[in-house]
Unconditional design. Sequence first.
Length: 490
Amino acid sequence: AIALVQSATQTAEAFSEIRSLPGLKLKHQQRRLSLTTANNIPLASCPPNRRTIHNGAMVFAAAASDSEQRANNFENDDVTVSVGPAQEIFSTKIIDGAKFNLFGIGRKDDEDKANGAFQPPPNSMNSKIILITGASSGLGLESAKRLALAGATVALTARTDERAMSSANAVRDYCHTKEGPNTEPKVRGISLDLDDFSSVRSFPDRYRDCMMRGDDNVQKINVLMNNAGGGGYPSRELTVDGYERTFQSCHLGHFLLTARLFEEGLLNQDNSKSNGGGCTVINVSSVSHRCAEAWHFKEGDDKPEDLEYGYDFDNMNCEIIYPGGEAYFQAKLANILFTKELQRRADMQQQPTSNDGGTSLTAVSLEPGGVATDIWRHTPWGYDPRTFRERLENGERIEQPKGRSLIDRFQSQIIYRLLDRVERGANAQIWLAYLAANGGGGAETIRGGQHYSEDRTVTPVPDYAKNEDTARRLWEMSEEMAGIKFDLSA
């Protein structure tokens, strides 16, 4: 515990010094990272296998430089995207959160000073229909609150009717505390269990019942936010459909949902700007796609030095081995591959109108950064200790992992304070929904098929995450597993 406090203190002190150094740059030499100034004066270094937050200032400096380098190169298709073990890739995101939480670094002009939240302008989402999966907590619930406050009609989903209704009430309560024209939000809660294909297949019927207008026409979806997902389960769990739970909740369930909504004509197909410019599908992925290993290894196996990263088709359902983190990494990579292939197929079915060209469907993916959400609940960190007791008092049926040590509890207090708060973590998907529903304009036009970072800019992905053969194969296998033909030409 003392060592962790010292590490956090050293991190803060080191970054205060680093902020004043001009021209920081990252050198990669002999498998070591070295941070230097513009005059090549070494500041700190550490070997790759020790680049974690516990190494304090050295890691903090190296990760900050890497983040800066990626931000400067995102439009270059030839840029090499770093891939590697989770402790290397995630450290950058935790550092970004620490930079903001400790020093306010990275705050944009349109983000509030309290939590760094981006709020779309009042009435900017009027008449737009937003469907958000997994909105009972975290990024989904936060997105529902702020989009409803901007005037959108929000349909949010949760696993049960009870949780869906409770979430809808939470959105209403949130808007009631605000000032402006949308304090009585238009929000509906609909049950959807992505771990049960029968629930996904029947969802269009429940959507129609809930979203029928007075003229007997159903309100069609302008933005589909595929936000739900789980991971990090201690052991392999199968859904009622026989698929590994992380894979189905993150990817396969959303693939089937998107296909069923398209099949039933519930995605807005009117491409005119006055009607929202068609439908935009927003798939919430993660930076962990850069940790996905193309080959599976059993515990204790020695991994090769030139480890290959990519999608592991041989272990899609984790039948051979279940590495909890790797299952999540693969599922988040699948989100991006699905986005790329969905956009490619949509582009092949161009539907120009008399006023606007292009397609009626746009797909994008994003990574929200390192955020203090429930995704960490299966780790020794558990639920966010800052809000856990309040959530219990509000009737949520949650509990911290059993057998946590004192160190685990202390780490939880530290880590959750370094991670971005949910209010800021939801910015990218809220901004994309706002941009999509308003048609964009100028530099702020959604780029279909692209991947966005938490700072709301297009960011490159590794070659394996945009490989057309891999994306096409995953699409076809997903069709077979989900028992549906997702044909955009139909």
